[in-house]
Design a binder for this molecule. Structure first.
Ligand SMILES: C[S@@+](CC[C@H](N)C(=O)[O-])C[C@H]1O[C@@H](n2cnc3c(N)ncnc32)[C@H](O)[C@@H]1O
Length: 215
């Protein structure tokens, strides 16, 4: 199963701090293996949101604090970021975050459940060299897979600071029968992410996509 997909990430271990290492031991308290597990946590939540590749977890943390009625699922393979998110959950007694600590495609390669009201992918790995474009997470088959887990009228938000990835995402979304650009909704972003900040410092523009699932 793991080798069904080309890796869309380079598994960065990063430096794991003693705090992250301490909190990583609690991962099983917050992790999900299957989206049907969410039913066990659904009490009191009226919305579900997915963030793919949450990195150092700044965005998911801010959103979970601001939206206590929404259950946030964060998917990431970057162990240091997962440790930071668990530390935040434990230290702030956060009830509305669950973690899928693996390739999101393994979670979605299952029976469809139209569960998410919003999905965010902030700065997916750009794989800027042409020979690596095939490793990019956002492609037609991923979008097809993802839409199976999104409710009708739900929002898909993607940002990237790489122009040729933005062009490709734009083509993929325009060609999808499942999505249309959304003018009615905008998913508020509280801050730029670490990778967006780096992109700006390096002089790149940030491109944003805000689409709505139509069927
Ligand atoms: C460029 S970083 C962006 C991190 C963060 N969103 C930000 O903007 O600061 C992309 C992140 O996506 C994660 N990622 C890439 N492919 C993934 C996949 N298939 N499933 C889950 N996470 C993935 C990587 O581990 C990495 O942390």
């Amino acid at each position: 199963m793991r080798f069904k997909f080309l890796p869309s990430f380079v598994k960065r271990k990063g430096r794991i701090t003693s705090k992250q290492s301490k909190y990583l031991k609690y991962l099983s308290e917050f992790s999900i293996c299957d989206l049907s597990d969410l039913k066990n946590f659904s009490n009191g939540f009226n919305k579900y949101s997915l963030e793919v590749g949450f990195g150092n977890a700044e965005n998911i943390q801010a959103e979970a604090l601001n939206n206590p009625d929404t259950l946030f699922v964060g998917s990431e393979v970057y162990v240091s970021g997962i440790g930071s998110l668990i530390a935040f959950i434990k230290e702030n007694d956060i009830k509305n975050i669950r973690i899928f600590a693996d390739d999101i495609r393994l979670l979605l390669d299952n029976e469809a459940i139209e569960i998410f009201d919003s999905v965010k992918i902030i700065c997916p790995d750009p794989w800027p060299k042409e020979k690596h474009h095939k490793r990019r997470l956002i492609n037609s088959s991923f979008i097809q897979m993802l839409q199976c887990f999104m409710k009708k009228d739900s929002i898909l938000y993607i940002s990237t600071d790489w122009k040729n990835y933005a062009d490709s995402i734009s083509e993929i979304l325009k060609g999808s029968i499942f999505f249309k650009p959304s003018s009615n909704y905008f998913i508020p972003r509280t801050q730029l992410s670490k990778f967006e900040r780096m992109g700006e410092i390096e002089g790149r523009q940030i491109f944003e996509f805000n689409y709505e699932k139509v069927s």
